[in-house]
Write a protein of this length. Structure first.
Lengths: 249, 269
């Protein structure tokens, strides 16, 4: 089945100092309603690739083509370390900042906005902590607040950067269920170094460690990971034994 | 109280009120951004301009103002990606400004000006025109905060998210530091180069544990700043001690008391 491509990364290279390539000749498609997981070791360039796709970093070489999507259509769930968790802001106001792209200095908070925030709070079960500061809530709750913030403006692609790092196994289960439901409507691009966070619903997998190896479905994942991580790793996750990824050339 | 009949007392209190508005808002922003070193950097750097303009026979405060704006722009335009580089830049600007200031004051013929006035300030010397400038600044600051509070908040705590949603982070950064620089120079006359750091940081530090929202911290800081100002002013007057240092000592005591209160509250909850 030929699906529409939303984002097409072509021969992208990136370097912070113009000497050492963080990414080298990376090509990658993101399809409509894709559920793409980008894996690889720490420092392998996963987050850099994501930021290039989001338009936050400019590639040194290569192109990124967007087909019918613009940055306003991107929902982004960053790593916990990229923002200041000690900032005095309540969960409610935090989620509302997701609408900042539509902010205009001369219009005040509208009923419509309040409704959308309330809706997000209800659908992510954040009512009990809606008026708590983000510094007071748990990792799982913060993750849900981040999702609520990213989804409040109805994005067409949701990007998640290491979403499972600071949450417990119960919250992981919840996250997995939420993403499965979301994926019926929108595309999901998730970055992780945690092989156990890949579940049955994932549609495509790419492995990145400076170079990128793209795998569709039903290939042998374990061998590919071995190549990227540079050492054999054990995969303990539901659904994985069914995958067979091609070997990297 | 007959004291209030004096013009200079009325001026000092009015200046205190207007400075508290600027100090409470700007101080809150700096404290939540955890960038307090910046205040010391810009205020000390401005001493360089002070010395230079004194040497040239111009108004020293105008020199301080120019150099503070220049330092604010340099810091605002530099990369903030690496925190230690940001802090190192501030430290260098801090020391360089002080050095330049001392050199120019030394080579200026005649008596050296009363350095203590600039280092520790004197609220009693505040003039009508000073008050007018501070009032104009306050209006600008409050308008800016009212209109751009939300994007500013996102800029402060999540720059990537801000950039993704079309907020011009670089521009915000530049204006953020320029606003801070101007606030600092405004306060040099009344509390001085050294003490401005305390007046900007102490009120938000007291308010921080009691507030969940930035507007709450700002409002509480303005009120606290005013209390410290007025309290310090009258204590200084009746004890015949310098106003600036008394204001800061009072603020520090309040901060200490608030920490004890926090500890008690934590124990009881």
């Amino acid at each position: 089945m030929q699906k529409n491509i939303l984002i097409n990364v072509e021969d992208l290279s990136f370097s912070f100092d113009r000497k050492h390539a963080v990414l080298s000749d990376v090509s990658l498609p993101v399809y409509e309603k894709d559920y793409l997981v980008i894996m690889g070791p720490n420092g392998g360039g996963k987050t850099t690739l994501l930021k290039c796709m989001l338009g936050l970093l400019k590639p040194l070489k290569g192109n990124i083509h967007y087909h019918g999507v613009k940055t306003g259509d991107f929902g982004y769930v960053p790593q916990f370390t990229t923002f200041d968790r000690q900032m005095p802001i309540r969960v409610y106001d935090f989620i509302e900042t997701g609408l900042i792209g539509q902010y205009h200095p001369l219009t005040r908070r509208s009923c419509d906005k309040e409704q959308r925030v309330d809706q997000q709070i209800a659908s992510f079960h954040l009512e009990p902590i809606a008026y708590a500061a983000i510094s007071e809530i748990s990792g799982g709750q913060l993750q849900r607040a981040l999702l609520a913030r990213a989804l409040i403006q109805d994005p067409r692609i949701l990007f998640l950067d290491e979403p499972t790092t600071f949450i417990d196994s119960e919250s992981r289960g919840n996250l997995s269920a939420i993403l499965y439901e979301l994926n019926k409507k929108i595309a999901i691009v998730m970055i992780t170094h945690d092989t156990s966070s890949i579940d049955d619903h994932v549609k495509n997998i790419a492995c990145v460690n400076r170079n990128l190896y793209y795998h569709g479905r039903d290939e042998h994942l374990a061998e590919s990971l071995e190549k990227v991580y540079g050492c054999p790793i054990e995969l303990i996750a539901h659904g994985l034994p069914h995958r067979v990824l091609k070997e990297h050339e | 109280m007959s004291l209030l009949h004096y013009d200079f007392v009325q001026n000092a209190l009015l200046a205190g009120l207007l400075l508290s508005i600027a100090s409470g808002i700007i101080g809150s922003l700096i404290v939540v951004k955890r960038d307090t070193l910046l205040i010391g950097g810009i205020s000390h750097a401005s001493f360089g301009g002070l010395g230079l303009f004194y040497y040239l026979g111009l108004n020293p405060l105008l020199g301080a103002f120019s150099v503070a704006l220049l330092s604010g722009a340099v810091i605002g335009l530099s990369s903030e990606k690496k925190l230690h580089a940001h802090n190192a830049l501030i430290s260098v600007i801090w020391a360089f400004g002080m050095a330049i200031g001392i050199i120019f004051i030394t080579v200026t013929p005649g008596f050296a000006p009363n350095l203590l006035t600039y280092l520790f300030g004197d609220i009693l010397t505040v003039s009508d025109s000073d008050i007018l400038y501070i009032a104009i600044y306050d209006i600008f600051l409050m308008l800016t905060i009212l209109l751009f509070f939300k994007p500013l908040l996102v800029f402060l705590f999540d720059k990537e998210f801000a950039a993704l949603h079309g907020i011009r982070v670089g521009l915000y950064r530049l204006f953020f530091y320029l606003f801070i620089s101007v606030a600092i120079v405004m306060m040099i006359r009344s509390v001085g180069i050294i003490l401005v750091l305390a007046l900007l940081t102490i009120p938000p530090l007291i308010a921080l544990p009691f507030c969940k929202r930035l507007p709450c911290i700002m409002a509480a800081s303005v009120i606290l700043c005013l209390l410290i100002f007025i309290g310090g002013f009258f204590i200084a007057y009746y004890t015949n001690l310098p106003t600036g240092p008394i204001i800061i000592v009072l603020g520090t005591l309040l901060l200490f008391l608030s920490k004890i209160l926090c500890a008690i509250r934590k124990k009881n909850s």
